[in-house]
Design a protein around this ligand. Structure first.
Ligand code: 2IP
Ligand code: CA
Ligand code: CA
Length: 377
């Protein structure tokens, strides 16, 4: 059953290619960057194209995985709903059809006259991905797809994806914003326990090829199941003075509590997935988020990789409560199979109460210690 991990990587590569295509090909790029409110000939569609790119990527992943692993059908979830308004004002479910021509026709029902755009997208959707990755081919997860379910974030950091800035200088290797923070996240979790097991983070815009100037991507993967811990990366060393990366939306109280721990120097970045990737790569030691503004699809894949490297993602509110009550044992980790009680829509899958992503337990401890003093947390 070694195939599932390869399949997750394969679909992330197809997704990354679609993400690059939308920025590279003029007919798609024009639609992608069009101002939402612009007085355009095809205004309704332009309002939706950003979402269409996301939805299509998610549907491709669902389709390809479900086809190869029928046991996963009905257990592949994502951020987006695939319901769209068609050009006549009715609804259409965006999906991958049996043939390229059928997919073109379906896309045209959403895209109206944008024939070139529909064809470019359908070509990429129906193209097979070939992976030449020997290490990955040898990785054996030892887990059945029957026991797993999947969370997809087709594009994390959509704002940075649309904005497309390439000139944001990194600070200590961490990009404060820009295209490189747009990621494809595909994570598989145990249906019963809700723990993340397999994760793939794909960076579609890792670097530009110096000769062709085309974007090149890269990906990272893991297995964290039973006693098995496999990862495409090695665990990075901790920094002597911890580095913490935060959302720019993080408030003064949290900044104030964490600043002294980090020698007065905090780091900021866009994208929940990208901030977790910074921890995975050892650019930061922890990512702290004090509010429930991320979702299961943001955290599942990075969380699996963090676990494989010896770290994890804890539920911040629960961890602080356990600490205050003097409860022994490890702080509670996020799980991916439990919708929030009393919530509707996307909120059902919000990581309520915030999170801390970390690699080395001493950093988790230090961060929780610092945050324990923040009123209201
Ligand atoms: C978003 C995206 C944002 C992030 C937010 C996520 O996902 O990653 O960048 O906010 O939490 O839900 P911030 O950048 O402040 O961390 P998406 O782009 O998929 O909506
Ligand atoms: Ca996201
Ligand atoms: Ca997204």
């Amino acid at each position: 059953m070694g195939g599932l991990l390869q399949a997750l990587v394969g679909v992330s590569e197809k997704a990354a290619e679609l993400a690059r295509l939308c920025r590279r090909e003029e007919p798609l790029f024009q639609l992608l960057v069009a101002e939402k409110t612009g007085p355009d000939r095809n205004r309704r569609f332009l309002q939706d194209f950003k979402t269409l790119a996301d939805v299509l990527i998610q549907e491709v992943i669902k389709h390809d995985l479900g086809k190869e692993f029928p046991e996963l059908q009905g257990h592949i979830h994502g951020e987006e709903s695939n319901e769209f308004r068609d050009v006549q004002g009715g609804t259409v479910a965006v999906r991958v059809c049996a043939t390229r021509e059928d997919t073109v026709a379906l896309l045209l029902s959403v895209l109206g006259p944008e024939q070139a755009a529909a064809e470019l997208l359908a070509d990429a959707v129906h193209r097979d991905v070939v992976l030449g990755d020997v290490t990955l081919a040898g990785a054996e997860p030892g887990v059945s797809p029957r026991d797993l379910a999947v969370w997809i974030d087709p594009i994390d950091s959509t704002n940075e994806y649309i904005g497309g800035r390439e000139d944001v200088p990194p600070v200590d290797g961490i990009a404060p914003a820009g295209l490189c923070s747009a990621l494809v996240l595909v994570g598989a979790f145990d249906r019963l326990s809700g723990r993340p097991v397999l994760g793939v983070i794909n960076e579609p815009f890792f670097r530009r090829d110096p000769e062709t100037r085309r974007w090149q991507g890269r990906y990272h993967w893991d297995v964290a199941h039973g006693d098995t811990r496999l990862c495409s990366l090695s665990p990075p060393d901790p920094h002597p003075v911890p580095r913490v990366v935060l959302s720019r939306a993080e408030g003064a109280a949290v900044r104030g509590a964490l600043g002294p721990l980090c020698g007065g120097r905090l780091h900021f970045a866009a994208g929940a997935g990208y901030k977790m990737l910074c921890v995975i790569l050892g650019l930061a030691d922890a990512y702290v988020l004090s509010e429930g503004t991320t979702f299961a699809w943001d955290a599942c894949a990075p969380h699996a990789i963090l676990r494989a490297l010896g770290g994890g993602v804890v539920a911040l509110e629960g961890a602080l409560r356990a600490r205050r009550e003097g409860r022994a044992g490890d702080p509670p980790e996020l799980v991916y199979n439990r919708p929030a009680e009393g919530a509707g829509g996307a909120e059902r899958w919000a990581n309520r109460g915030g999170l801390v992503a970390y690699l080395h337990p001493q950093h988790l401890e230090a961060v929780l210690g610092a945050l324990a003093t923040v009123p209201g947390l």
